[in-house]
Design a protein around this ligand. Structure first.
Ligand code: UT7
Length: 346
């Protein structure tokens, strides 16, 4: 492929989101652990979560979300050059979930891979896609954030099992003329020294001819208080650095979409940044923490209900496992209309 040596602009041209139909309310969790709706609501803001059930798959959710984004943009899936899926809870160890989504939506000419950066995954995937589009390497890239943490939970651990839900969100990006560039600035970080504060092991066993690895929990383990303190410390700096990179101010942000982990983290950020609460997009009361899916699910809702409009300046910030954190600031230039099921199915 001939790489054009002139940098391109980048814009989002479609967005979509999908969650499984089964809803678990806070009260139902009292059957599993010593908890209460009152504790979960007051400490996290979460009231319910959607969970995968039976043979439902995360790939199917990713395909649904991706089909909405592609239909909203009104483009032929065969024109998509790449599919990037951010997930740490795929249905399969391999192939990459990107392969399932590629074939599920008919993106027959796309390459693709997965990015494993937990709750920061969507922001990192968006920034990655932006770079491929800027250089002219691809013209259209589909980015999906999808996770099914309810399948890697210790359902007897009240510290974690009340927090998560399943879902997928997608955006379709396109390169454009530099003067129409909608991506203003970004920021991406990793602090591996704090990796053990939030992790899930994946070791099954060694070759039977060598000593076996010591037994490890296959479930998510989180030091909630430490991750909370980390989030409050890094999110604000990342947002301020991103604003500085594009010479904007707090007042220029029309909507802020933080990773939906805890309403107290979000409220503390609006207070410390001096952002009016109505500029913060919040939907974790309905979905819980869907990890890589929280930001695109919230973006999808705010676009479809008309809060985010053409020209709105949106700041996103993801944070979590790694420990990692990343921000991106962009202007919404995509469509603002909902896609019907008929349109989505072609
Ligand atoms: O998505 C990746 C990023 N993740 C995050 O950003 C999560 C950040 N952390 C948090 O959101 C909060 O730390 C949690 C929601 C996880 C926990 O809230 P907290 O206010 O930090 O609670 P805590 O861990 O300090 O625990 C307070 C008490 C403890 O009891 P004692 O030791 O004070 O007697 C816990 O055992 O609350 C207890 N507790 C619960 N009680 C009822 C913990 N989980 C529960 C529960 N129900 N589900």
């Amino acid at each position: 492929m001939t790489i054009q040596k002139i940098l391109k602009g980048v814009k989002i041209i479609g967005v979509g989101g999908a969650v499984p139909p089964t809803i678990i309310m806070n009260d139902a969790l009292t059957q599993l652990v010593d908890t209460s709706d009152e504790w979960i609501t007051s400490r996290t803001g979460i009231k319910q979560r959607h969970v995968l059930s039976g043979d439902e798959t995360l790939s199917d959710l990713g395909v649904q979300a991706a089909k909405q984004a592609v239909a909203q943009a009104g483009v032929d899936p065969a024109t998509i050059g790449m599919v990037i899926v951010a997930t740490t809870t795929p249905d399969e160890r391999y192939p990459a979930m990107a392969a399932r989504v590629q074939t599920g939506i008919g993106a027959v000419n796309a390459s693709g891979y997965d990015i494993a950066l937990a709750c920061t995954g969507f922001a990192a995937a968006l920034i990655t896609a932006e770079q491929f589009l800027r250089t002219g390497f691809h013209q259209r890239i589909l980015v999906i954030g999808a996770d099914a943490h309810t399948r890697v939970m210790d359902w007897s651990d009240r510290n974690t099992c009340v927090l998560f839900g399943d879902g997928a969100g997608a955006v379709l990006l396109e390169s454009t003329e530099l003067e129409n560039d909608a991506f203003l600035a970004c920021d991406m970080n990793l602090d591996g020294a704090k990796a053990n504060e939030l992790h899930a092991d994946h070791i099954v066993n060694n070759c039977p001819l060598v000593p076996q690895a010591s037994a490890r929990s296959p479930y998510v383990q989180m030091n909630g208080r430490e991750v909370y303190k980390f989030a409050v410390a890094v999110v604000m700096n990342s947002i301020l650095r991103t604003l500085e990179n594009c010479q904007k101010t707090i007042e220029d942000i029309d909507y802020l979409i933080l990773h939906q982990a805890n309403i107290r983290i979000m409220e503390s950020m609006t207070e410390r940044l001096g952002i009016p609460p109505e500029k913060m997009i919040v939907n974790l009361q309905r979905y819980g923490n869907t990890s890589a899916a929280t930001i695109p699910l919230a973006l999808n809702e705010a676009v479809l209900d008309g809060r985010i409009k053409t020209g709105s300046t949106v700041m996103i910030c993801g944070f979590g496992g790694g420990l990692s954190w990343a921000s991106s600031c962009f202007k919404w230039g995509g469509p603002t209309v909902a896609v019907t099921t008929e349109q989505m199915n072609g």
